[in-house]
Design a protein around this ligand. Structure first.
Ligand code: ADP
Ligand code: MG
Length: 700
């Protein structure tokens, strides 16, 4: 079968025509034969099994019974007749009812005969009935037994009304297989097929729709999932391989800046985990190849210092370093902290963001271009801007899942000899996701927190106990602690959220009055100089309370702040809650995180609150999150296209993903460009796959 056959518009399939074709496209996005072929059943019913009638459960599933047909009778007005009957076995009776096709049924149904009945029992006036059951005479049992597993397809009301219910779709797909023998070219290398005894491609497509038995079905599903994950991994690993073969700048020595900082300034001993990841990066940066590394570490694990130490190695070798933060506030924070840490060193640190005044910018740009600035900190604007650097050696991206494979790829196409890349990710994400989103990166993990950290105590309370919470907060302030109150302001433009925030601020200001208490506030609508001065009031300890929106989500480091109250916590996602909680518990005092919600909670929100109370592990939370929301939502819309799999499931198919990645890796070891004869069809398929995923294909 050639590719062009499957590209045939669905209209030309037997049983479709223009009207249904339009409907199929509008409702299911099925445009071609190929699309229909990929409309896989979402479940199957096993028709080899019979239930006893007294096992019938209402409104849940299709079930199959056998028994004698009895009591056939017509009722209702002549213009809208109803046909009723019941089926009887040794355990009981079950009603059957029809509203259509009655004339024909009256003629063909045989009272007292043994029938097989299939359908969904529903409850009506306290009795169970099946409306429009499928009926087969027991004599034809043999025929059903030959194909006992029936596909069930997702469909819509509109399609159903035009005869395209699950059965109707099944018929179309049968037509597709019958019009032409579907022969799909095998796209997996023979070696892979044989080592896992995978189903052949054509077989797999046939079996996923019309499985012969449970085993063929499992094999077909496995094969198609494997195939899907294999090609994603092949693409990612090939891009990675290409980059690894590119030349990289060589940071040959560790010099005086690194040593000065390490020996004289560093205020604490590095954890073993921090030392280990620095060694890994050091090895990359002197290898002669470009480093592309993901540094994973839970909130508070000390990634900033690690980044700085790597930066100093770059500077020791005469290179400049850029640090990109996801928000302006975080960029400012990094700037402040890193400038402070290097204040006694011969290192110039600068900040460049969207709100850097034009005059400052004018002064800064030439100094960047001439190499006078050693470390430049900013937001993403940094790379998109017309910022020229004399010798950029290392780019550090401090990110919150906001910078996927695709966006990152823009970076390394900027210069001839690309800079080394270090991506820091605060939330440990589930492995399967990491392999997809960061699959092109090498990974270093800081799996240890600095010593002396007490785990944050997390408590869930309802709104109506607010006064008690205020009392608790006062007590904490008396002990010298500082407190965050966080309000959701998911969309900066949302008027309602803004009002909630201002109302909250007022009531907190009333409950914590001057002069004893001072309350600072930051939110997205403030001018950045006001934000900055309010943050300073809090950071310096002048104000005991900071009322804030999620702008403090990332990075803010105020060790004395050890209580965090999160208002309307049910409106935050798990990863956000975890990030927020990571802002407290950085000092040596016992820290608290109080999740305030309304009393009415959705089941999902309750699961989130319970998970937060139960564990401090970002990794565990990310698994919960993945199960709650699925991969697309988890990572935000930016990457969801990448995570739209036809059949594979990143939550459930982690094992298959591992195998697929391993195999893809093996193949590329032998044949990096896939130009061996044995890989001809794999190569061809990969190219067409890339065309279907334009975002991905720009990676290499
Ligand atoms: P994150 O990994 O979330 O970015 P930070 O780099 O902001 O964490 O570090 C959190 C806090 O821990 C900072 O105050 C930092 O100075 C401190 N810190 C980092 N490493 C150590 C260490 N080895 N020992 C003690 N404190 C450390
Ligand atoms: Mg950080």
């Amino acid at each position: 079968m050639t590719k062009s056959f499957l590209d045939t518009p669905i209209e030309y399939l037997k049983g479709v025509g223009p009207a249904r074709a339009k409907l199929l496209f509008d409702e299911l996005h099925v445009r071609t034969f190929n699309d229909l072929l990929h409309h896989f059943p979402f479940r199957y019913v096993d028709r080899s099994k019979f239930h006893k009638i007294n096992e019938a459960i209402p409104d849940q599933a299709h079930m199959q019974f056998k028994g004698k047909l009895r009591g056939i009778r017509k009722s209702g007005p002549p213009r809208r007749p109803v046909l009723q009957a019941y089926i009887e076995d040794d355990s009981g009776e079950l009603g059957l009812v029809w509203f259509k096709g009655i004339k024909w049924l009256e003629k063909s149904l045989k009272e007292g005969q043994e029938y097989i009945v299939f359908g969904k029992p529903t409850k009506y006036k306290n009795t169970l009935n099946i409306a429009h059951p499928e009926l087969d005479l027991m004599e034809s049992h043999q025929k059903i037994q030959e194909k006992p597993i029936q596909p069930v397809y997702s469909t819509t009301e509109k399609l159903t009304s035009k005869g395209l219910n699950s059965r109707g779709l099944e018929r179309l797909i049968r037509n597709l297989f019958e019009t032409n023998e579907i022969k799909m070219i095998e796209n997996l290398p023979a070696s892979v097929i044989s080592s896992y005894q995978l189903a052949e491609r054509s077989e797999a497509y046939k079996s996923i729709h019309f499985p012969y038995d449970q085993i063929t079905l499992e094999k077909a599903r496995f094969r198609l999932k494997f195939e899907e994950l294999f090609f994603v991994q092949l693409m990612i690993l090939q891009a990675k391989g290409k980059r690894q073969r590119l030349a990289g700048q060589i940071f040959g020595h560790v010099g005086s800046l690194f040593h000065q900082f390490y020996d004289e300034i560093l205020p604490f001993e590095l954890t073993e985990a921090q030392k280990k990841v620095i060694r890994e990066m050091r090895r990359d940066m002197k290898s002669g190849h470009q480093m592309n590394r993901l540094l994973q570490g839970d909130v508070g694990s000390g990634k900033t210092i690690v980044a700085l130490l790597c930066g100093l190695i770059a500077m020791d070798n005469g290179y400049q370093v850029a640090l990109m933060a996801p928000t302006e506030i975080l960029a400012q924070q990094h700037h402040e902290e890193l400038e402070r840490l290097t204040s006694n060193m011969d290192v110039r640190v600068e900040l460049l963001t969207g709100s850097t005044p034009a005059s400052k910018r004018k002064e800064l740009l030439p100094d960047l271009a001439s190499g006078k600035v050693n470390l430049i900190i900013g937001t993403h604007a940094l790379i998109e801007n017309k910022v020229k650097l004399k010798q950029l050696g290392l780019v550090i991206i401090d990110e919150q899942h906001r910078f996927g494979v695709v966006q990152r790829s823009k970076l390394w196409r900027k210069s001839k000899v690309p800079p080394h890349i270090l991506v820091m990710s605060a939330t440990p994400i589930p492995r399967t996701l990491a392999m997809t989103l960061y699959g092109d990166l090498d990974v270093s993990v800081i799996d240890e927190l600095p010593p002396g950290r007490k785990p944050v105590k997390t408590i869930h309370r309802y709104d109506n106990t607010r006064l008690k919470i205020f009392g608790f907060v006062k007590q904490q302030i008396q002990e010298g602690k500082q407190v965050f109150f966080v309000f959701p302001l998911i969309e900066e433009s949302s008027k309602l959220d803004y009002k909630d925030l201002m109302d909250g601020y007022e009531s907190i200001s009333r409950a914590f009055p001057l002069p004893e208490y001072k309350v600072a506030i930051v939110h997205g609508r403030m001018k950045s100089e006001n934000k900055e001065s309010e943050m300073k009031r809090f950071a310096s300890g002048q104000a005991q309370i900071l009322v804030a929106t999620t702008v403090i989500e990332v990075g803010v480091n105020i060790p004395n702040a050890s209580v965090m109250v999160i208002e309307s916590a049910e409106r935050f996602g798990l990863s956000q809650l975890h990030q927020l909680r990571g802002r407290v518990g950085r000092g040596n005092k016992q820290a608290y995180c109080i999740l305030m919600t309304s009393v009415k909670l959705s089941a999902e929100a309750r699961t989130r609150m319970e998970a937060m109370v139960r564990t401090n592990s970002g990794f565990e939370l990310s698994e919960v999150d993945l199960n709650l929301r699925g991969p697309g939502n988890l990572m935000g819309t930016q990457q969801s296209g990448v995570l739209n799999f036809t059949i594979a499931d990143l939550v459930k198919d982690a094992k298959i993903m591992n195998l697929a990645r391993e195999e893809a890796w093996k193949i590329l070891q032998i044949d990096p460009e896939l130009n061996q004869k044995a890989h001809l069809y794999t190569f061809a398929y990969l190219n067409s796959y890339k065309k279907q995923h334009p975002d991905w294909s720009s990676i290499s």
